[in-house]
Design a protein around this ligand. Structure first.
Ligand SMILES: [Ca+2]
Ligand SMILES: [Ca+2]
Length: 110
């Protein structure tokens, strides 16, 4: 029985210890002058990037799509080359695009 518990502990704990060490941590960060929306995009990106490789695959993001259907549409929007993976460059491009859109919108307002 003791041995069984020991094995169970190892089976449970080992992957948790090994996985972060094995995966290359490439979590992205927002620049100090980033807008609130850009910070939020970066936060979401890191949250969804389960293995921390600096890319979010459709599989990684699937659970979030179930929580909020709009995220699926946003994922597709961010995935500019439609390969099912959102890269750091793609999420930053989307954030920049949104920022430009907001700037243009506020200029048209009286
Ligand atoms: Ca990933
Ligand atoms: Ca892509």
């Amino acid at each position: 029985m003791h041995r069984f518990l020991q094995r169970l502990m190892i089976a449970w704990l080992l992957p948790g210890f090994l996985a972060p060490a094995m995966a290359q941590d490439r979590r992205i960060s927002a620049s100090p002058q980033a807008s609130q929306n850009e910070r939020q995009a970066v936060q979401w990106f890191n949250l969804l990037d389960h293995n921390g490789d600096g890319q979010v695959t459709r599989t990684e993001a699937r659970w979030a799509f179930q929580l909020d259907k709009r995220l699926a549409a946003q994922f597709d929007q961010a995935d500019a080359n439609h390969d099912g993976i959102v890269t750091e460059a793609e999420i930053r491009a989307l954030a920049a695009q949104r920022k430009a859109e907001r700037a243009a919108h506020s200029q048209t307002k009286p």
